[in-house]
Design a binder for this molecule. Structure first.
Ligand code: SF4
Length: 471
């Protein structure tokens, strides 16, 4: 029985209890949100190493990291390393988008090692099996989906919303169809002259998902690939279909989240979120970026984190990170780390803006350490302690500078915080602030240091142990 079915039956599952503990809320509230389809707990019954988490607009904003190989780059060892980097740098879920060799082995490895939900796009496996888009059959699709469900994949992107009648709507686009899944299915429909098989076989997919408790991530095949194409007829026509499919999945007791764009200028980001929430009856919105400008290849973790923060403030529940390599090449370890840092910042900023309980405690603790010139505490509380310490020590490496009342930016004479403190000491002004105790904070785990929702050292140990066969 799926989490949503149990929630509808009034049962609070161990996964719901664990999620409530992590989010700092009542387990009954979690149950109600899951029962109403307003939040999902992606937790395949075969994923034994999972630490359950929740995705929904009433909970802390989550971040997904994509990893995976391609047919030109990466190996199973590299994928293993990327999974570790992703989890230890705060990814709440990880999508394996491998399209190269050893797909089954990499997926199995990821599920076995990962404490966070694993997502996949089964269409990629179907294409590898069929050899070309037009040779994919419904039988291949269903068998690949079933196999991945049996392997323990927690959620799958299913591109069921793109229909034959949507294809002409993309003719005037600057960047056509940019989703991999969308382009494969468009090619299939054109070659075979038939409707999208993921749409026509959607109920069979629901049955497989219900058996293993796999969560839908309904793919946005017609997401805009440039700001010029944002919010066009094609994008919104597909969204309407995704709304219909959401209700079909709910009828089968299957959890659903819905994927969103892409490339969207800043003034249209909130409109996208509001429209999805309305059309899909509040099913969690899982957005890729969106990139708010197209001009910065090499910096798209920044262009997209701006849009992601705005989307999360407007109600998006999970942000799919974009790395600096977007549009240019397959991300490597450093790209995964940089992308996650940008997205943790976006998610946390939105949680502050949305006044999530305790969300600002981390900020207040760090700011106080900063004002007190407690450099060691400031490094420890930083999103990326290693980088903060490294940057500071580049100009002032000596241990004595860890107690200094200045850094190299303004220097001793012009340090404004030192000047302010000295002025207070010589006047009546006092500093009356309450410094939060982070151990007592009501914040969700994602809003407390160290980075991420999982103990990075434990994740590392577990992965090393498994890699060396020590357990
Ligand atoms: S020197 Fe400037 S940047 Fe450095 S601590 Fe003082 S005020 Fe801040």
């Amino acid at each position: 029985m799926t989490q949503i079915r149990k929630a509808r039956n009034g049962v609070v599952t161990p996964a719901m209890q664990r999620v409530a503990e992590r989010e700092g809320v009542e387990s009954e509230f979690v149950r109600q949100q899951v029962a109403a389809g307003q939040a999902v707990i992606p937790a395949n019954v075969h994923h034994d190493s999972l630490d359950p988490m929740i995705i929904g607009r009433e909970f802390s904003t989550k971040v997904n990291a994509n990893i995976g190989n391609s047919d030109t780059t990466s190996s199973i060892e590299e994928e293993r390393r990327k999974l570790h980097v992703a989890v230890s740098h705060g990814a709440d879920t990880v999508m394996d988008l491998s399209t190269g060799e050893d797909l089954d082995r990499i997926r199995e490895d990821n599920v076995e090692r990962s404490p966070v939900p694993i997502g996949t796009v089964p269409l990629y496996g179907a294409l590898k099996q069929a050899g070309s888009p037009e040779d994919i059959t419904p039988e291949i699709l269903l068998s690949v989906i079933e196999k991945q469900a049996e392997q323990g994949v927690d959620y799958m992107t299913i591109h069921a919303g793109i229909l034959m009648e949507h294809l002409p709507l993309t003719d005037g686009r600057v960047t056509g169809i940019v989703s991999r899944g969308g382009s494969i299915l468009a090619s299939w429909m054109e070659a075979n002259g038939e409707q999208n098989p993921l749409f026509t076989h959607f109920e069979e997919i629901c049955e497989i998902f219900a058996e293993h408790d796999v969560t839908f991530s309904l793919g946005d095949s017609l997401r805009p690939g440039s700001v010029a194409d944002a919010c066009d007829e094609a994008q919104y026509a597909e969204l309407d279909t995704l709304g219909e499919l959401t209700r079909v999945a709910w009828d089968h007791d299957v959890q659903v989240m819905v994927e969103g764009p892409g490339h969207v200028p800043m003034h249209k980001v909130a409109e996208n979120v509001e429209r999805q929430q309305e059309v899909c009856d509040g099913a969690p919105f899982y957005v890729l970026g969106p990139l708010v400008t197209d001009i910065a290849p090499g910096y798209d973790h920044i262009t997209s984190a701006i849009g992601a923060a705005m989307a999360a403030e407007a109600g998006a529940a999970m942000l799919c990170y974009v790395t600096p390599k977007e549009h240019l090449g397959l991300p490597e370890e450093k790209d995964v780390k940089d992308g996650l840092a940008a997205y943790r910042i976006a998610a946390h900023s939105a949680d502050i803006a949305n006044d999530r309980p305790g969300a600002r405690d981390w900020d207040d603790a760090l700011s106080s350490a900063r004002y007190e010139f407690d450099w060691r505490e400031q490094f420890d509380l930083a999103l990326d302690p290693e980088r903060a310490r490294e940057f500071h020590d580049q100009s002032l490496p000596g241990d004595n500078y860890k107690d200094a009342r200045f850094c190299s930016m303004c220097g001793a004479e012009f340090c404004s915080m030192r000047i302010d403190q000295d002025a207070r000491d010589g006047s009546e002004r006092e500093r009356n602030v309450e410094i939060p105790d982070l151990d007592e904070s009501r914040a969700a785990e994602v809003n407390r240091p160290p980075v991420g929702t999982h103990d990075a050292s434990a994740a590392a140990d577990r992965i090393v142990e498994r890699a060396t066969g020590d357990d």
